[in-house]
Design a protein around this ligand. Structure first.
Ligand code: F6R
Length: 242
């Protein structure tokens, strides 16, 4: 696992966006799995700009959302559905058949897990997965103590996630359960990027890179990935030994 550091959030975002474009150049029908949230927000802006400026042909790419809050409407501005639609799919006019997002209002979460799992399998797996990191080390909604062998699953959200997750919503919102790509798909993705910015993430990044590998801190599992890179703003790398 490589660790790369960048001076500021803009440089980090640009670098991750460039890796996304390189991925398309090396495989035009790449399958991307994308996180929502503050960390990749600027990356997606840079990606859209790069793609448009350089006429990158992404028409064969498939984009899969990493996770969703169960019980939250797709049109709620705090949903992952809304985030990826507004920041990636609409600006790029991604064809509906090339985009897969969880339905937070599903009446049948198990079938929803199966739908997304099947879509990934039918597209021959994930080529590049881009994840952020929770204050508790979660990846997607794979919370502390998660089982590694899940492909797509429903989770009870950790209390840290329930509290921190309020930042995405205009009003206090009950966030009890989530639906997420599991660590098994994460580990099987042909490449993985974990990105983090800001000093608040420095402790959990240090645990991720220097602590014991354990599902109690799910992000540590990235060290078992064959082709992963942790891309950090310097502020988030501040506690690392090197
Ligand atoms: C979002 C997701 C979460 C976030 C993480 C960090 O789709 O999967 O795991 O990546 O909670 O969130 P931010 O980037 O807002 O600090």
């Amino acid at each position: 696992m490589k660790v790369l550091k960048y001076k500021n959030y803009e440089a980090l975002s640009q670098a991750v966006a460039e890796k996304m474009v390189l991925q398309i150049h090396s495989k035009p029908n790449s399958v991307f799995c994308l996180a929502s949230g503050s960390s990749p927000l600027e990356t997606y802006k840079c990606f859209v700009e790069l793609v448009q400026k350089n006429n990158v042909d992404y028409s064969q790419c498939v984009f899969v959302g990493l996770d969703e809050w169960l019980g939250i409407k797709p049109e709620d501005a705090g949903s992952c559905h809304y985030f990826l639609t507004k920041n990636v799919f609409e600006p790029l006019n991604v064809a509906p058949e090339n985009s897969y997002l969880f339905d937070g209002l599903t009446k049948n979460p198990a079938a929803e897990c199966q739908r997304i799992k099947q879509a990934i399998i039918e597209n021959n797996g994930i080529d590049l997965i881009i994840v952020g990191i929770g204050m508790n080390g979660h990846i997607g909604f794979n919370e502390p103590g998660v089982a590694i062998e899940n492909y797509v699953h429903v989770v009870d959200l950790d209390s840290v996630t329930q509290t921190v997750g309020q930042k995405y919503f205009e009003e206090p919102t009950l966030l009890k359960k989530g639906i997420t790509i599991g660590l098994q798909f994460f580990l099987e993705a042909k490449s993985a990027i974990l990105m983090a910015n800001g000093p608040k993430k420095a402790d959990i990044i240090q645990q991720t890179i220097e602590g014991k590998i354990t599902t109690a801190v799910p992000s540590t599992i990235i060290r078992q990935h064959q082709n992963a890179v942790v891309m950090l703003e310097e502020a988030a790398a501040g506690n690392l030994v090197e």
